[in-house]
Design a protein around this ligand. Structure first.
Ligand SMILES: C[S@@+](CC[C@H](N)C(=O)[O-])C[C@H]1O[C@@H](n2cnc3c(N)ncnc32)[C@H](O)[C@@H]1O
Length: 339
């Protein structure tokens, strides 16, 4: 006879059902972020109170709050009262590493439609985003300002600033060009660290236009030139350092080589290239790099590259890696020179 306290193994069919509905937890978190719920939870609050504040339906909201508990970002210390866990703090808009915009972004319709069509990527190797939208991810953003703003916010809040600052020593560098610099988060951090450094930010016009605000808030705007444009066209010449942060990883080899060629054409013989990106390694503590690889391929047709693949790519445009900083969870910084 088995004891009633014995823990029965979970049947495989139930485990698979749980696995197949895990994505719903992401959606519950995104909905709560969109409603601003994490920002309300400085102290535990009853679900009816939360519903009133966010103009929600108490019973409807309850399922989302409990799903967020299952995901570990909320807790229900007493029935129908909810609080943020330590993990959930990053969902707040005012957290220094806020993931609020990232949560909203990854559950947007544009991503969902990509996943619904993702068998296309498995069959053809092409991005699935283009199937429902008839255009590439970055082109789509050019004509969808609301989506583009959310993307830029998510990129700013997830920028690998600490890795860049912990990587190459840029003291003594006079001028850096940040290519695909987004809203200027990385450039702002570098200019704050190095008071004599000047910067130029290159990004598409609809993005570069928003960088001034970040740079002004950081108090460095007077040392920056904003150069709206495409990195497939010539980029400003003759700087000491060129930065490509989370740019090359968004493109397949052919397009990455085009970006590297236009960067290389702008470099002096003694200029350096710094690349910030992601490289899956055996030391990764989470599945995130594998998930990101899937994301990048389905959305953009780009694959996360290993160190050796970067070496091969760079060699094709006569660039040689001189230094490599490999941080936990696939975050990397490379430094390269002309061969
Ligand atoms: C993943 S974001 C990285 C932003 C920033 N460098 C960072 O690390 O947070 C990629 C950037 O590439 C920019 N981008 C895409 N296509 C571009 C193009 N053709 N020319 C210049 N920038 C482009 C996007 O607008 C976006 O800001």
């Amino acid at each position: 006879m088995t004891s009633s306290n014995a823990v029965e193994p979970v049947p495989a069919a139930l485990r698979v059902r749980e696995l197949m509905t895990t994505g719903l937890l992401s959606h519950a978190i995104a909905v709560l972020c969109d409603l601003g719920v994490p920002d309300l939870l400085e102290t535990p609050r009853a679900h009816v109170e939360i519903a009133k504040e966010v103009d929600g339906h108490p019973e409807g909201l309850l399922s989302f709050l409990r799903a967020a508990c299952a995901a570990g970002v909320l807790a229900e210390p007493t029935p129908r009262t909810f609080e943020l866990t330590e993990l959930g703090q990053v969902l707040r808009a005012d957290h220094p590493n806020s993931m609020k915009a990232m949560c909203s972004l990854t559950c947007r319709e544009e991503f969902n439609r990509t996943w619904s069509n993702s068998i296309h990527t498995a069959r053809t190797g092409e991005p699935s985003f283009s199937l429902p939208y008839g255009t590439s991810f970055f082109e789509y953003m050019g004509s969808n300002p609301e989506f583009a703003t959310l993307f830029d916010r998510a990129m700013s809040s997830s920028a690998a600033v600490d890795n860049l600052l912990a990587g190459p020593d840029l003291s003594g560098v006079g001028h850096i060009v940040d290519i695909g610099g987004g809203r200027g988060t990385m450039l702002a951090a570098l200019l704050r660290r190095h008071p004599d450094l000047r910067g130029t930010l290159v990004d598409l016009p609809h993005v570069a236009g928003n960088a001034l605000r970040t740079l002004t808030e950081a108090g460095v705007a007077d040392r920056v030139t904003i150069a709206p444009g495409s990195f497939f066209d010539p980029v400003p010449e003759g700087a000491d350092v060129y930065l490509l942060s989370r740019v090359i990883g968004n493109w397949n080899d052919e397009d990455s080589l085009r970006i590297l060629r236009s960067t290389r054409a702008a470099m002096r013989a003694d200029s350096e290239l710094v690349v910030v990106g992601q490289m899956p390694s055996e030391n990764d503590r989470t599945h995130y790099p594998r998930q990101l690889d899937l994301y990048m391929f389905a959305l953009l047709g780009a694959r996360l590259r290993s160190y050796e693949e970067y070496q091969e790519l760079f060699a094709q445009v006569n660039l040689t890696i001189t230094d490599w900083w490999n941080f936990p969870d696939s975050e990397s910084v490379l430094r390269a020179r002309l061969s």
